[in-house]
Design a protein around this ligand. Sequence first.
Ligand code: NAG
Ligand code: NAG
Ligand code: NAG
Ligand code: NAG
Ligand code: ZN
Length: 413
Amino acid sequence: MKGTIFIILLLVSLTISEKARYDNYRVFEISIETSQQLQLMEYIESNPDGYRFMEFPGKVGRNAELVVPPHKFAEFEELCSKFSLKSALLINNLQEVFDQEQPRSRRALPLDWTRYWTLEEIHSWMESIAAENSNASIISVGTSYEGRNILGLKLNIGNVSGKKQIIFEGTIHAREWISGATVTWMLNELLTSTDPEVQQLAATYEWIIVPVLNVDGFVYTWTNDRFWRKTRRPTANLLCRGADPNRNWDNNFNRGGSSSNPCSDLYAGDYPFSEPETKQFSEFIANLTNLVGYFDFHAYGQLLMLPYGFTTEILENYDELYEIGTIALESLSAKFGTQYRIGSIANIIYIASGSSLDWLKYEFKTNVTYAYELRDQGRYGFALPADQIIDTAIETFESIKTILKEAQIRGIA
Ligand SMILES: *[C@@H]1O[C@H](CO)[C@@H](O)[C@H](O)[C@H]1NC(C)=O
Ligand SMILES: *[C@@H]1O[C@H](CO)[C@@H](O)[C@H](O)[C@H]1NC(C)=O
Ligand SMILES: *[C@@H]1O[C@H](CO)[C@@H](O)[C@H](O)[C@H]1NC(C)=O
Ligand SMILES: *[C@@H]1O[C@H](CO)[C@@H](O)[C@H](O)[C@H]1NC(C)=O
Ligand SMILES: [Zn+2]
């Protein structure tokens, strides 16, 4: 009886929940120089009690970007002195950064790349493209835990069968909004560009473009918590939902850079492919017969990453992809001067197992495999102002054009 009342109260409070606010939350950049400092970060990660990581350091020699709530300011100062942490204030009021992300206008805003779109807008935009253009068709790559359709667009100009296939995967992490915005911009460019070089590129491949893979998490970032990263499936812990869908793929599952704690943002999941989104998308991918390229878009950090994440060893065609990527980053930075770094996930970030990139490379030896950490380097973090979407997409697309051109020269795409 008491249990029933508790559940009813819980449901009532869930239905009237409001969107989380981050007023006066500060973000600090902390350089992690000793293993003791790293252990402290790991401890905070698994016992957050109000702290959140914008960027988890993962290893000594990297920086953490830690969100500190106002009621923890004093405690954080103590930790800094006790552990000799070198910290710098990056953001003084996180809520202000979130508030400035979208353009400020009271009027209905046009559906263009001067603002971020909701899931509904992204999906209906793709549906209207498919309705108007016989070269494009809507595909479903699965159904999410909460029952949403995970939609993508298949672009095959001329409807030629047997073309080589390329995947763009967007927004596997819910809060990385610039990912989906960049992906939809590039999709539009492939369809509408008047540049003969782009038209040629668009016609060469069959494109499978999924702007938002983690649909439930993405909706949740609009309705409840702008900071949400994971899926929304309940876990064994009543109070903590969701797995990190980019630690949930069936490859070296939970063997570093992920967590077994359901409350962690890096929770690998109950078991490999426990999340319906990753499971079904992986099955969809496994069915493709002609996949040559896979591009996964994240934010933030300005990194171009190659397999693998589970090991620092240099495997498969790493050297080739490194060389191609280096040339591609020159064309990226030639646009607006944006500087990227390149390397394998494990070498450039930290050991991270169970990612889609690792699974792809390991299972299929797909020739061209890259994951991007798009803009920026922490000034705005996940809340990159919408007025940077177009430039981010333009420079990213430049690099992709170069990657594919260089891959073709080398006979691998
Ligand atoms: C594309 O070609 C297939 C046959 O290969 C056909 O069934 C399909 O209707 C065509 N699609 C479009 C959009 O023309
Ligand atoms: C798509 O297909 C139609 C023919 O059905 C063609 O006229 C059009 O130019 C094609 N290309 C693009 C990029 O839409
Ligand atoms: C994969 O292909 C098989 C055989 O054609 C089909 O039955 C299955 O539904 C496909 N699965 C996905 C996820 O597309
Ligand atoms: C992948 O690369 C190899 C060379 O390493 C090449 O022989 C093969 O044709 C490429 N695959 C595709 C689908 O282009
Ligand atoms: Zn990510």
